[in-house]
Design a protein around this ligand. Structure first.
Ligand code: IPT
Length: 1000
């Protein structure tokens, strides 16, 4: 195979727009013959392209097209991020380079026959039959009926070939030899699985003579006048040219040049108004949907239709746990609906053009799209960018071919507001050349590329994972450090709007710090927004010998070079289950912000839309006292234009003080008033709340009793020697102990960018011995009818400790009051993961009801989407089932909880102490965690299925917790969320209804 030359594919037609046409098309998807060889050297030249029979004894089997052969039982997928899994020896692919031979025998559909071969009627008149490949990874060589057709480069790019002269009515033999790696692999080093195969559709199509092979309609809108115009370029050889029709606008005009269309409704992501259009000749009609909008930059602000826009975006990869990058329209639509429902309004198609149908959906549902070229050469960074194709003229044609294929295919889509030259490809002359090409070809959109070091050849200043303080400085146009001279490049850069094409790395438990970014984005109009990395976790499902389906990541497929679970970093699981972070995104990016205040009887309503007023929104309020809704009602919706706010008065019932024991919560909701294409009427857009912590009742106590088994404090039986719990309500129990550690999150295990000289948090915690902290009993004594236990807890090797005083007072046979006072002693140099109370009950957890923040777990620097309420959690909701297990289970702000176990219930009420102070770390209340296994076992598990419940309830009641940050990529835990050892206290009322006979 010819797969070691730094050029584009060969033989393909010039790229053109993807159009819906009435010319016949025939899908060649389906079951093809297939065999795989270990390398091009081993791939037989045995006449397979046209052979009558493909013999299973020669390795032939069948495969679905589209598919990736490594996901169909041939070889294995492999994951690597930056590093190439083969020597960096461009343009040569590695010797071990599986080759997949794909062959299909097909007859031409009746309606395509006029285009077949020299005898085809339309073929004689100049009509052509085309063969289209929408995606082949990484390089294909194609023959039809034994004759060479061409080759492809650009795995996610469309290639079309003229096969008129080769096609025959019956028994066509289409042969496609695909190399897993090729010269093109050096340009396709995206952070994702290497998945070879024909993974998008293969289609045979007619290009009628006198038809419309290509058309580009730019629908512009003058924001001053509201008048639209169409700039049309159609390619046709029809003698009379082509006609453009936009029936709704009464337009019927030659499809050429500028056509004024009068007043139009603008298109925006918020109101994706599309106009149906056709471009026809006597032999072909193509359909388009037009969205009128103007994208421009003024005074460093990104404007669409004259108004600033905010991109609340995600990076979207194409990934399916079973099928890899094979497109599924229903999945794609469901995915976009989920994004809209979570207030996401923008997509960066990282890092390649998606399936073409995706852009029809983004036009229709309303998303701002940064459409990215299929280009990344990141692995050269590890070689100091030496021989980077981006700066080597021999790759120039490959670069220009890629960008042209990218732009042409999707140029008609209103949703695309920027073309991105690629991702992480260094910089150099070839990128500059692609930028020049786009600027010349399509001045109606902006050019994006994050890797342009000075933003000289792009139209937006884009960064990845910049920390909030840097974003703030850029927003304020202070990009030049004080005292330095300003260069021309810096001056130019200051004229550009700013965005983060990646931020908030959503790997595992996290990202922490979303709110802090959003506050900065809100402050500076120059900041056009940001894109969370990333939408979906790319776990691949496998079914093991026992028939169990598990999700895998790098290293699970025998890879010798891989990047582990770095590919599991999304807002939704591989099966599209929302991670808690998605709910935070929904809240942080909400288009309406609601800030109710109980004391002032009003709610501040902010319209954060860029183009809409609030006429499509309904507002309501409710008041929940100790878990019971006591009053509710609707609120008038203020007449607010985009980006403005007003106070709305609440009715008296919403604010009148009501005595409560746990909490009094005022919740205000904004919901859709009517059905939208992406959600039904009543869909919640935003919530706001105000919480008044109640006045808990502390019951009278009676003296503890010394029995033969130990001290009894109500239902608690305590060891007279150690003060440890022996049983609680008759059920065996362990603890309480002071807990300082958590099962490390991915972010805990990573070094933050700005803290590269420091070990990761999990290393620091281990060095301080927090994971192995032990306790010494200082004292066990009865005092004034209470049992007072004093302990000292510290990691091995270290002197710094936490002294705890545990004071047990009996209330009744089923209730005990426990005061816990924690006091750091010695010099604590390492901040803590947690400062909490751990106890274990020998009964499996079945569920938890918490009065606190939820229902999903959160950390001090996450949880914008969690709300205060009375949440009922099933056993499987207690811990987020991460692909790579880690701790994400705490419900902070908990004032009361009832743990349901196999042996009955344990009630936990916070009735006093520091956590009730609203300014305590994490707000009032405790962060409650119930795990079905020990933390150490959770930390040791590498896959979700290795998390094995041990039949006990491991309860942690934390008075403080560390934030999680986003150290896996970007800034770590912000200083305000670092938990330093500090004194803390809490008074708990434990109420049991337990039956020791039942353990579960
Ligand atoms: C950045 C990449 O662009 C993206 O593809 C992904 O790998 C992400 O990181 C991490 O998950 S590049 C990184 C060096 C900032």
């Amino acid at each position: 195979m010819d797969i070691a030359r730094p050029g584009p594919g060969t033989g393909a037609l010039a790229p053109r727009a993807r159009l819906r046409t009435d010319a016949p098309e025939q899908s060649l998807d389906g079951t093809w013959s297939f065999r795989v060889s270990p390398s091009p050297r081993h791939a037989p030249d045995d006449g397979w392209e046209v052979a009558e029979r493909l013999d299973p004894s020669d390795g032939w089997t069948t495969i679905p097209v589209p598919s990736h052969w490594v996901l169909e039982g041939h070889g294995a997928p492999a994951y690597s991020n930056v590093q190439f899994p083969f020597p960096v020896d461009p343009p040569f692919p590695p010797e071990d380079n599986p080759v997949g031979d794909h062959r299909l025998t097909f007859d031409v559909d009746a309606d395509l026959l006029p285009w077949v071969g020299p005898q085809g009627a339309d073929a004689i008149a100049g009509g052509r039959a085309l063969l289209r490949f929408d995606g082949v990874e990484s390089a294909a060589e194609i023959t039809l009926n034994g004759t060479w057709v061409g080759s492809t480069r650009g795995s996610r790019l469309t290639h079309e070939f003229d096969v008129t002269a080769l096609l025959r009515p019956h028994g066509n033999r289409l042969a496609v030899r695909v190399a897993q790696f090729s010269d093109a692999s050096y340009l396709e080093d995206q952070d994702m699985w290497w998945l070879p195969g024909i993974f998008r559709s293969v289609t045979l199509l007619a290009a009628p003579s006198g038809g419309v092979p290509d058309v580009w309609v730019r629908a512009d809108l003058d924001p001053q006048t509201g008048l639209g115009s169409l700039t049309v370029t159609a390619r046709t050889d029809a003698p009379g040219g082509a006609v453009l029709r936009v029936p709704e606008l009464g337009v019927q005009a030659p499809a050429d040049g500028v056509i004024p269309v009068g007043a139009v409704e603008p298109w925006s992501a918020e109101h994706p108004r599309l106009y149906e259009a056709t471009v026809s000749t006597p032999t072909e009609t193509v359909r388009l949907r037009l969205g009128f909008r103007r994208v421009e930059v003024r005074a460093a602000v990104l404007l669409v239709n004259g108004a600033p826009i905010r991109l609340a975006g995600v990076n979207r990869h194409e990934h399916h746990p079973e099928r890899g990058r094979v497109h599924d329209l229903a999945w794609a639509r469901a995915e976009l609906l989920a994004m809209k429902q979570h207030n996401i309004n923008a997509i960066r198609t990282s890092h390649y053009p998606p399936h073409p149908e995706l852009l029809e959906l983004t036009d229709e549902l309303g998303f701002w799209v940064i459409l990215e070229n299929d280009l990344e050469t990141h692995g050269f960074e590890l070689e100091g960018w030496q021989r980077n194709p981006s700066d080597d003229p021999v790759w120039r044609e490959a670069y220009l071919d890629r960008i042209a294929r990218t732009v042409h295919r999707d140029k008609n889509h209103a949703s695309i507001v920027m073309w991105s030259l690629g991702n992480e490809a260094g910089t150099g002359c070839n990128l500059e050349a692609t930028a020049r090409w786009v600027h010349a070809f399509d001045p109606s959109r902006l050019v994006h590329y994050e890797g342009d070091p000075q933003s000289t050849y792009v139209d937006v200043y884009s960064q990845m994972y910049a920390p909030p303080d840097e974003v703030e400085a850029i927003g304020g146009e202070l990009a030049v450090p004080p005292g330095e001279d300003v260069t021309a490049a810096q001056l130019h850069r200051r004229t550009l709007p700013y965005l983060q094409c990646e931020y908030a790395h959503a790997m595992g438990h996290g990202p922490g710090g979303l709110v802090e970014y959003e506050e900065i984005f809100d402050r500076y109009p120059r900041i056009a927004g940001a894109f969370v990395w990333e939408w979906v976790e790319h776990g691949l499902a496998v079914v093991d010998e026992s028939g169990r389906r598990t999700l895998t990541y790098g290293g699970d497929h025998g890879e010798r070079v891989h990047d582990g679970n770095f590919v599991i970093d999304g807002l939704v699981s591989p099966d599209r289950e929302p991670r808690p972070a998605l709910l935070d995104v929904k809240a942080v990016m909400a288009p309406v912000r609601l800030r109710p205040t109980l004391v002032r009887d009003r709610v501040a309503v902010e319209n954060r839309y860029d183009a809409l007023d609030l006429s499509h929104v309904r507002l309501s309020w409710s008041r929940t006292v100790d878990g019971t809704v006591v009053a509710s009602g609707d609120l008038p919706v203020p007449e607010l234009g985009p980006r403005s706010s007003a106070d709305v008065a609440l009715p008296d019932a919403a604010g009148d003080p009501v005595p409560s024991r746990v909490a009094d919560v005022l919740t205000v909701l904004a919901v859709l008033a009517d059905d939208a294409p992406w959600a039904a009427a009543g869909h919640e857009l935003a919530f706001g709340e105000d919480v008044r912590v109640g006045r808990p009742v502390v019951p009278p106590t009676v003296p503890v009793l010394r029995g033969t088994d130990g001290w009894s404090a109500g239902p608690a039986l305590l060891d007279p020697l150690t003060g440890d719990l022996l049983t609680l309500g008759g059920v065996a129990a362990q603890g309480p102990t002071v807990g300082l550690w958590r099962a490390p999150t991915d972010n805990d295990r990573a070094r933050a960018w700005a803290e590269a000289d420091l070990p990761s948090w999990s290393e620091r915690w281990e060095q301080a011995g927090l994971d192995r902290a032990v306790r010494r009993v200082l004292d066990v004594a009865e005092r004034d009818g209470a049992l007072v236990v004093r302990t000292r807890t510290a990691g091995p090797m270290h002197a710094a400790a936490i002294d705890a005083t545990w004071t047990w007072r009996a209330v009744s046979p089923t209730a005990v009051l426990l005061d816990v006072d924690l006091e750091p002693v010695g010099r604590w140099e390492v901040p803590l993961a947690r400062l909490g109370i751990d106890l274990v009950l020998d009964a499996a957890p079945l569920g938890l009801r918490v009065a606190g923040r939820g229902p999903q777990p959160s950390a001090p620097d996450t949880g914008a989407g969690a709300r205060t309420g009375w949440h009922q959690l099933d056993a499987d909701a207690l811990l987020v089932p991460h692909v790579r297990p880690q701790e994400q289970a705490a419900r902070p702000g908990t004032l009361a909880a009832v743990l349901r176990t196999a042996a009955g219930t344990l009630g936990i009420d916070v009735v006093g102490g520091d956590p009730l102070h609203p300014r305590a770390p994490g707000g009032p209340g405790l962060a409650v965690t119930v795990l079905p296994l020990d933390r150490a076992d959770l930390a040791a598990a590498r896959h979700a299925h290795e998390v094995r419940a041990d039949g006990r309830s491991h309860v942690s009641l934390d008075l403080g917790q560390s934030g999680v940050g986003t150290a896996t990529c970007g800034p770590g835990v912000l200083p305000r969320y670092v938990l330093h050892a500090r004194p803390a206290s809490v008074r708990l009322l434990l109420t049991v209804d337990l039956d020791p006979q039942v353990r579960g």
